[in-house]
Structures are given as structure tokens and as C-alpha cells.
Design a protein around this ligand. Structure first.
Ligand code: COA
Length: 265
């Protein structure tokens, strides 16, 4: 899809300094992910990945009720084997793109995060939820299974037992319960959610951009490796960061007792 941010139908983009706020904007359908929304998100994240002015991305949902209430059930209801697989692959490609983005991505879960909505949030680096949010993978109640990465990312995040309870019951949980099992990093009053999310995102953006990208890569790639291979990866990435002007600037700034001035390129 050619990218023209003024022509997005179901997604909006706002920039606040070095933060980009991506809002899934189909409130009449509780921001459910139809094909257009997935394609627009994919395109937008690809653009944000290469936009040097963007230091971190926050994803949220329009309206007060939902973050994203899942994949669009109207679309799912019509699918057969081949388009079902293709649908899952499109959702997986989007969530992989987010997970591998070269900058931090935070989810501001302002309401229902169900099915594909929770899977979208699971691909983010950090999740904050409104105290009113409900989170779950209700796919089995619709006679399907999660298809945008939920069966893989949820157990890696919260452990197999908690993940299987959520997946096999299909029951949503409260934000407080999500915090208890480690599914979200923090819970806030709805009116505070975006401010808190932006405050954490700004802390991240105040750090070295290459350091953020490589630290994220070390964690994201490392979790799939043995400890020995992960440590090798970390040492390699440490070598790479040690060759950068960013490292020289970070060290000099500390020794000269001044704030580092990062170059974004
Ligand atoms: N796909 C398509 N449309 C959806 C949707 C989804 N995942 N989730 C909500 N909507 C639509 C509803 O069909 C309704 O549209 P309509 O007004 O044209 O009928 C609108 O959004 C509002 O939803 P509604 O169900 O009336 O709101 P509610 O407050 O009564 O219930 C939910 C909210 C989230 C509990 C309920 O919408 C729901 O269960 N949604 C499906 C969640 C789900 O199973 N997601 C996983 C899909 S794989």
C-alpha cells in the first residue's frame, strides 16, 4: 500500500515531539481489525520505523470503550482454509513488524483488548492499561484459535499455565488481574493512562536511540536462544554499540556533567 497519512481511513497518527501516537479508529466497531485497518497499521509502522524524528510509538484505540475488540468477526465469519491462513499471516506480519521495530512501542490499553487486540498489545514492548480495561483471548468461544501470535507470545510473557487458562476459557480478565500475572506493566485511571504512557515513553526517548534499538534487539532475539548463544549475541551487539558516535557522546556527556545530545539519523 502506498503511504499517505492523510488518506488513512481507520488509523490516525499524531506526533508529540519525538513520540508518535497511533490510534486505531473504528469506534463504532470497537476498533476491530478488518483488512483495511491491518494494512494501514502495517504501512504506518513501516514508515515510523524509518522516520528518524520518531523515538517511540504509542498504540491506543479511539473512544473510551475499546483498545481493540479483536479481529473483525464479520470478516472472520466468511473465511475458509486458505484465506483463514492468509488472514492469520497478515496479522502475524503486523505483530512481528511491531515487535521488531527499531524503537520502543508502548500499548495504552484504554478499554477492551480482546483477541487480535490483545495480540496487538502483546507485540508491543510495554503495556499499560486503564483500570477499566478488559483483556482476553476469546477466540475459542467463537470456535477458532488465536491467530495473530497469541498462542505463542502470551505463554512466553505470562507462562504456560496462565496463558492456557486465558486461551482455553476464553474469559477476559480485569486490568488488575492482568497486572498480577505480568500481562501489563501498570494500571492507571483512564484519564491518566495516556499521560503516564507518554511519561514512560519520553524517559525511553531521552536515552540513546541506537542503544534502544540494540538493547531491544538483544532481548527480542535473545529470548529465542540458549543462554550461551544469547550472551554471544549480547557481546556482538555490545561491540557494535561501542563503535558508535552515540556511545562517545553518552560517555563524554557523563564525564563532562552535561546532558547527552543524541543524533537521530
Ligand atoms: N468484530 C466486529 N465487530 C465487532 C467486534 C469484532 N471483534 N467487537 C465489537 N464489534 C461491533 C459489534 O458488532 C457492534 O456493532 P453494531 O453496533 O454494528 O452491532 C459494535 O462493535 C459495538 O459492540 P457491542 O457488542 O454492541 O458492544 P458491547 O458493549 O455490548 O460488548 C464486547 C462489547 C467487546 C464484549 C463485544 O462487542 C464482543 O464480545 N466483541 C467481540 C470480542 C471478540 O470475540 N473478539 C475476538 C475476535 S477473534
Amino acid at each position: 500500500m502506498d503511504f499517505d497519512p492523510t488518506r488513512l481511513q481507520n488509523v490516525t497518527l499524531e506526533q508529540d515531539g519525538h513520540l508518535a501516537v497511533v490510534t486505531v479508529n473504528r469506534p463504532s466497531k470497537l476498533n476491530a481489525l478488518d483488512d483495511t485497518t491491518i494494512a494501514e497499521l502495517d504501512c504506518l509502522f513501516a514508515k515510523l520505523d524509518h522516520d528518524a524524528a520518531v523515538g517511540a510509538v504509542i498504540v491506543t484505540g479511539a473512544g473510551e470503550k475499546a483498545f481493540v475488540a479483536g479481529a473483525d468477526i464479520g470478516v472472520l465469519a466468511k473465511q475458509g482454509v486458505l484465506d483463514g491462513k492468509a488472514n492469520a499471516q497478515r496479522g502475524q506480519a503486523l505483530t512481528l513488524r511491531i515487535e521488531n521495530l527499531s524503537k520502543p512501542v508502548l500499548a495504552a490499553i484504554n478499554g477492551f483488548a480482546l483477541g487480535g487486540g490483545l495480540e496487538l498489545a502483546l507485540a508491543c514492548d510495554v503495556r499499560f492499561a486503564a483500570v477499566t480495561a478488559k483483556l482476553g483471548l476469546p477466540e475459542t468461544s467463537l470456535g477458532i484459535i488465536p491467530g495473530y501470535g497469541g498462542t505463542q507470545r502470551l505463554p512466553r510473557l505470562v507462562g504456560t499455565g496462565a496463558a492456557l487458562q486465558l486461551i482455553l476459557t476464553g474469559d477476559p480478565i480485569s486490568a488488575e488481574e492482568a497486572l498480577r500475572i505480568g500481562l501489563v506493566n501498570g494500571v492507571f485511571e483512564p484519564a491518566e493512562l495516556m499521560n503516564q504512557c507518554k511519561a514512560v515513553a519520553r524517559r525511553m526517548v531521552s536515552r540513546g536511540p541506537a542503544a534502544l534499538a540494540l538493547a531491544k534487539q538483544a532481548v527480542r532475539r535473545g529470548v529465542h536462544l540458549s543462554l550461551a548463544d544469547g550472551l554471544n549475541l549480547e557481546a556482538d551487539l555490545f561491540g557494535i554499540i561501542s563503535s558508535t558516535a552515540e556511545m562517545k557522546e553518552g560517555m563524554s556527556a557523563f564525564l563532562e556533567k552535561r546532558k547527552a545530545g543524541w543524533k537521530r539519523e
